[in-house]
Design a protein around this ligand. Structure first.
Ligand code: CA
Length: 573
């Protein structure tokens, strides 16, 4: 026995040493992945995307990131609202597949596919900041997350501990959430992680979500600046924008669809909400009664944008700290750095606030990626990507093929070559289910190509109820990028409409949003699909009914508009 041990021992040790060396070199060859996502940070509030706010220089660090990496001009979310977009990113699946249709959506432990797959690939995984998917982020090795929306000031975080989710909390007194989130990430990177393993860190800021509470040090940022207005801010100047779905018959629903900057929407507007929150940004003797509607709107718009951009600046300054750490640790160039927002945001365009809309400022996400080893600096692409593609792409960079159950596709090749493979998707899908909740946006579904956007406001909740007038809108994105001309009825687009409707129908079938979970809503969708004369007449009736109902709700001070019973989640894998 002794001699046998003498013979096999060293051989076994050599094999083991070889295996270990192979294992660690495989891990060492893999890049770290730092996925940074802010809440409601829209692309047009980033300097590198150009546009009217670029001159204010709100994001020098992000602009540098874009200069050293690649910027996607056509990144889209498939449902422009917090929890659903986050669920799409984590699962690589559309909302109707992962079951997170609206703000009630949650993603359980067994559905946290992205971190689960990363772990399998040898990554150490962490989730820090805003999670907003209700269940414990148990797919990660480490987490420190805000409860729900979390607080801007003196934030608490749910962490791993003895009491168990969601009872273990740590508190950051005297901190702004963006500073606290960065500090937690830096501590994890510096002290807590195992440095012989690549990391996958999801680093999610709460900012600049409403109501835009920034750190005190930004009180004076942009204080004396007149913020440039969007050219499509004044609904009065865009008679061809929207449809009976968004404006009502003969404009009778203009006050009641979409929360406003000025006083247009009597239920909810920044003109109503912001004076008490940000008195320093309103004139000392501010009295809206003595001002014109136009003046009230201009003042409210400025207060809105200043506080939003103060939050944005806070993120950008924190990114400088994060990137400085990676430079110092020598990992900057071996880390794939992605920056995105969970969706876009309306910054006064069409007099709208918030997101939820399929309009460009809301549907488009920022997406910047830096990885000098394989992504050329200073490149841009107009390839269409969707948030369901993010997980497959990050997994591809980690050396993993897209799992069958994910619906998204990897766009790693586009990052590395700047070219779209021949079979790459030509369209993005969109669906918003929270009919008339919170910000008065009707339920809608649609398709975005590089050239056009077709939006179908079917106007009902999950149960086919609380009807608003149905209508279709078509925008020519090449000739009308600010979407002020709905050309659905324009004879020049007579061929485009049926072609896009067919593509939308095909896309719905292909991704499985076929209405089996919400048959009553689907009946409405089918009823107005062709939108013939009878449908148009019925839309007028619904418009007038809705005006009467909404005016009564306003008199009764109804605050909460129910969006119907959500379909049971369809956990699939
Ligand atoms: Ca959001």
């Amino acid at each position: 026995m002794g001699s046998l041990e003498m013979k096999t021992g060293p051989i076994f040790s050599l094999v083991l040493a070889a295996l270990m060396a192979a294992g660690s070199s495989v891990a060492a060859d893999k890049p770290n992945i730092l996925y940074i996502m802010s809440d409601d940070h829209t692309a047009h509030a980033i300097g590198a995307y150009g546009g009217r706010l670029a001159a204010l220089n709100p994001t020098p660090m992000l602009d540098k990131l874009a200069k050293e990496g690649m910027l996607f001009e056509n990144a889209f979310c498939t449902n422009s609202i917090c929890s659903p977009s986050r669920a799409c990113v984590i699962t690589g699946q559309y909302a109707h597949t992962n079951g997170s249709y609206d703000l009630g959506g949650e993603i359980g432990k067994d559905q946290q596919f992205l971190p689960m797959e990363m772990k399998k690939a040898g990554y150490q995984t962490a989730m820090i900041g805003k999670w907003h998917l209700k269940k414990e982020p148990a797919g990660f090795d480490f987490y420190s997350v805000l409860p729900g929306q979390g607080k801007y000031h003196n934030p608490e975080f749910r962490v791993q501990g003895e009491k168990g989710w969601p009872k273990d909390l740590i508190k950051f007194d005297g901190y702004h959430s963006s500073d606290a989130i960065t500090e937690i990430a830096l501590k994890w990177l510096e002290e807590d992680r195992k440095k012989d393993q690549p990391f996958f860190l999801m680093h999610h800021y709460k900012a600049p979500h409403d109501y835009f509470e920034h750190a005190k040090r930004y009180d004076d940022y942009l204080a004396d600046v007149d913020i440039p207005e969007p050219e499509n801010m004044w609904l009065e100047n865009q008679p061809k924008f929207g449809s009976i779905a968004t404006r009502g018959y003969d404009d009778e629903l203009v006050p009641h669809v979409g929360t406003s900057i000025g006083e247009r929407n009597p239920r909810r507007s920044y003109a109503g909400d912001l004076p008490s929150r940000f008195p320093k940004d309103f004139p000392k003797d501010y009295d809206p009664e003595k001002l014109t509607d136009e003046e009230v709107k201009r003042i409210s718009y400025n207060a809105y944008l200043k506080n939003y951009l103060r939050c944005v600046k806070g993120i950008d300054d924190n990114l400088a700290k994060l990137f400085a750490y990676l430079e110092e640790s020598g990992e900057m160039d071996n880390t794939i750095i992605i920056y995105t927002g969970d969706q876009g945001f309306m910054l006064g365009e069409h007099d709208y606030q918030d997101k939820r809309w399929m309009y460009e400022e809301s549907m488009r996400m920022p997406f910047i990626v830096r990885y000098p080893k394989s992504i050329k600096a200073g490149t841009r692409t107009d390839a269409i990507i969707e948030n369901v593609d993010y997980a497959p792409t990050m997994l591809a960079f980690a050396g993993i093929e897209t799992p069958d159950y994910m619906q998204g596709k990897s766009f790693k090749t586009i990052c590395e070559t700047g070219e779209e493979p021949a079979a790459w998707k030509k369209e993005a899908y969109y669906r918003y289910w929270m009919h008339m909740a919170h910000h008065d946006n009707p339920g809608h579904v649609g398709i975005r190509t590089k050239e056009h956007k077709l939006i179908y406001y079917y106007g009902c909740n999950y149960e086919g109820g609380y009807r608003t007038p149905p209508a279709w809108e078509l925008y020519d994105m090449k000739n009308d990028p600010t979407e002020i001309n709905n050309v659905y009825d324009d004879p020049a687009y007579a061929d485009v409409v049926p072609e896009l409707k067919q593509r939308l129908a095909d896309l719905r079938t292909r991704i499985g949003d076929t209405g089996e979970d919400y048959p009553k809503a689907e009946e409405v969708i089918q009823e107005f699909w062709d939108y013939d004369g009878a449908d148009k007449a019925k839309a007028i009736e619904i418009s007038t009914d809705y005006k009467t109902r909404r005016e009564k709700e306003l008199r009764d001070k109804v605050k909460w508009i129910p969006y119907g019973k959500r379909p049971e989640p369809m956990p699939k894998k």
